[in-house]
Write a protein that binds this ligand. Structure first.
Ligand SMILES: Nc1ncnc2c1ncn2[C@@H]1O[C@H](COP(=O)(O)OP(=O)(O)O)[C@@H](O)[C@H]1O
Ligand SMILES: [Mg+2]
Length: 300
């Protein structure tokens, strides 16, 4: 991997030894780094007709442990591709990722995924869904039962433990999905439009729950959404991606996620910076979409 500038300070030894010394330094320091470092990721999909799609181009991002990042951008700008690469489901054509000092090369329980819907085992009870990960790891039943009880309490589903998943509403199912993800104790939680299929009121409650889980667990979270409001409320950092090729267009650091923990999110929206930031981002995405439409019409 490329050494960050910090590691390149000259040491007064011969050139070849110098290079070796740099490598050791880098390895030692990287070995103690916590957090996720996404370095120059590019993803190109080759198509059967001989063409290709450059879904991501040179995306770099460093996340400290416990950071909450929201990702916004017009449809097709590579949000899901980025998340799938971080999850290890896709191998990038260029670039690499380092999580807590080691290279990410495939899926692992250290990175948990929460999908929009449909990823639960519908024929199993809530309890069995949440204990699935610990059971697969061979955790003793008494221990996994304790974890399940605690997590169902946290997500407000203690009374629904014995219900089958298909008996639950969409909002409750997403609560189960969050609990199931947390049961594996991942370092990073990846969410791809997790609240996208919910009605407005349920969505608001779930946004509060995501903030509560973020603060209580100290997990690093990357949340993709196409709602500007959601990205503002659920991102202490927010990146706006641009399409063709998918890339990071702009990054914000925002106070709203911290303010929203345990608070009424409607009150948070009254902050004087909220509406102007929302308008700025809405215009940005509007303009990107107009540009995409223009290009599509030109090529038609
Ligand atoms: N497996 C694939 N094969 C070919 N093209 C793909 C594949 N997956 C995604 N794409 C293309 O890559 C681009 C980014 O897709 P995606 O990451 O799903 O965007 P988003 O989640 O932002 O809507 C789109 O143009 C999409 O059509
Ligand atoms: Mg997507």
């Amino acid at each position: 991997m490329a050494c960050p500038a910090l590691f390149m300070k000259p040491i007064k030894i011969k050139r070849r030894e110098n290079r070796r010394a740099h490598a050791c330094w880098a390895e030692r320091l990287i070995g103690t780094m916590t957090g996720l470092s996404i370095q120059n990721l590019s993803m190109r999909f080759d198509l059967p007709n001989g063409g290709h799609v450059q879904a991501l181009k040179d995306v770099s991002l460093d996340l400290k442990q416990g950071e909450l990042l929201s990702v916004l951008g017009p449809s097709g700008c590579g949000k899901t591709t980025l998340l799938n690469i971080v999850a290890g489901f896709l191998a990038p054509t260029e670039g690499q990722m380092i999580l807590n000092g080691h290279n990410v090369t495939g899926p692992d329980a250290e990175r948990g995924m929460v999908f929009q819907q449909g990823a639960l085992f519908e024929w199993m009870s809530v309890r069995d869904n949440v204990s699935f990960g610990p059971d697969m790891k061979g955790m003793p039943k008494s221990e996994s039962a304790e974890i399940v009880d605690h997590l169902l309490d946290v997500v407000g589903l203690q009374d629904f433990k014995e219900k089958m998943v298909y008996e639950l509403s969409g909002g409750m199912q997403q609560r189960v999905a969050l609990a199931r993800c947390l049961a594996n104790d991942p370092d990073v939680i990846l969410m791809d439009e997790p609240l996208g299929a919910l009605d407005a009121l349920t969505r608001e409650k779930m946004q509060s729950l995501v903030l509560k889980l973020w603060k209580e667990t100290g997990k690093t979270i990357i949340l993709i959404t196409h709602s500007v409001e959601e990205a503002l409320l659920l991102g202490e950092r927010l990146i706006v991606m641009a399409p063709r090729p998918g890339r990071i267009h702009k990054e914000y650091r925002l106070p709203f996620a911290d303010m929203g923990v345990g608070a009424d999110l409607r009150e948070v929206k009254k902050h004087p910076d909220y509406a102007p930031t929302r308008e700025e981002i809405l215009n940005m995405i509007w303009n990107m979409e107009e540009e995409i439409m223009g290009r599509t019409e030109e090529s038609a």
